[in-house]
Design a protein around this ligand. Structure first.
Ligand SMILES: [Cu+2]
Length: 146
């Protein structure tokens, strides 16, 4: 019996370890992420953002992405968002303030990006947002670093 309990807990621990290195997040046509907070675990060698657009809008009308930045850079980053820069670039120029971003996707799409979680500091303050023009007003949340 003890062995079974031990195996069960080993299973729970390993399941947790996997989940923490994989961030699942989705957004729909209502311009809302399904999470207000995501957690980046710096003990992972790599963290993946698995992002899904569960709506129907095409990229040009209502595409979404996930961009992680330092909270202090929020105004700088949203000030650089420009429709002319195109969806392929997330409507953003190449700027050091962007720590990681997924591709912009339309309804039914998904995007995955992996990054080194050590780019984030445990005592830092981070925000995630969608950089489709105008969406940042409500499409944003807190990045917790553990
Ligand atoms: Cu969006």
């Amino acid at each position: 019996m003890k062995k079974i309990i031990f195996l069960f807990f080993t299973f729970l621990l390993s399941a947790n370890a996997t989940a923490a290195c994989d961030i699942s997040i989705a957004a729909a046509d209502n311009m809302m992420f399904d999470k207000r907070k995501i957690t980046v675990d710096t003990s992972c060698t790599e963290v993946s953002i698995n992002f899904k657009h569960t709506g129907k809008m095409p990229i040009k009308a209502g595409g979404h992405n996930v961009v992680i930045i330092e909270t202090k850079d929020f105004n700088t980053v949203i000030g650089k968002i420009d429709m002319k820069l195109g969806a392929d670039n997330g409507f953003l120029p190449e700027i050091p303030e962007v720590i990681v971003k997924t591709a912009i996707i339309g309804g039914g799409g998904d995007a995955k990006v992996a990054f080194d979680p050590k780019k984030l500091k445990k005592d830092g303050k981070y925000t995630f947002l969608c950089s489709f023009p105008g969406h940042y007003a409500i499409m944003k949340g807190v990045v917790e670093v553990i």
